[in-house]
Ligand binder design. Structure first.
Ligand SMILES: [Zn+2]
Ligand SMILES: [Zn+2]
Length: 175
């Protein structure tokens, strides 16, 4: 159980946008992030359930970007009730004993529980202000700020340099 990688999964689900409705895209994401077992069991129902979850996760990031801590916590608590953790100790593939958040069941359930617990963990360990939305308009991708000085504003290097170029041009026009 790596809650940080699950928090990143929440970000990836949000940022997939409409692509999340495409089972092939979702399967690739799961494979690329080492969730091969989930990728192999993914069904249409899982895709639909995760699409609905994406709406809710997006709401969490929007509330955080708007600085509304109480709304973020209310939304996450609601999701925690709907996606309860069923922990089990597991020891597969020669790994030491470790906790799995949800054993068996549908792929969407396991991924939902993981994403929600991942975000809950970020909020409680690091703070609500660590969740944000990219400020390089029109991009509204989600990100988690793990910088030591809480300085992150953009989802990616690409958006950061795009915003820098735009700011530079605006300064030149102003001069
Ligand atoms: Zn495991
Ligand atoms: Zn961006």
């Amino acid at each position: 159980m790596d809650l940080t990688s699950y928090a990143e999964l929440a970000v990836q689900l949000v940022n997939m946008g409409d692509e999340l409705r495409n089972p092939f895209s979702l399967r690739s994401l799961l494979e690329e992030t080492g969730r091969t077992e989930a990728a192999s069991r993914l069904t249409r129902r899982d895709v639909d359930a995760l699409w609905e979850l994406r709406e809710e996760l997006t709401g969490v990031f929007e509330a955080a970007a708007g600085g509304d801590d109480v709304d973020v916590v209310d939304r996450l608590n609601g999701l925690l009730v709907r996606h309860p953790v069923h922990p089990q100790i597991s020891g597969h593939d020669g790994q030491p004993w470790h906790l799995h958040l949800t054993e068996g069941g549908r792929v969407a359930d396991a991924l939902s529980v993981g994403s929600v617990m991942g975000l809950a963990s970020v909020v409680t360990r690091l703070g609500v202000d660590r969740l944000g939305l990219c400020q390089a308009s029109p991009c509204r991708n989600a990100y988690i700020d793990t910088s030591s000085n809480r300085s992150r504003r953009y989802c990616s290097e690409r958006c950061a340099s795009r915003a820098n170029v735009a700011a530079y041009r605006a300064r030149k026009r102003g001069a």
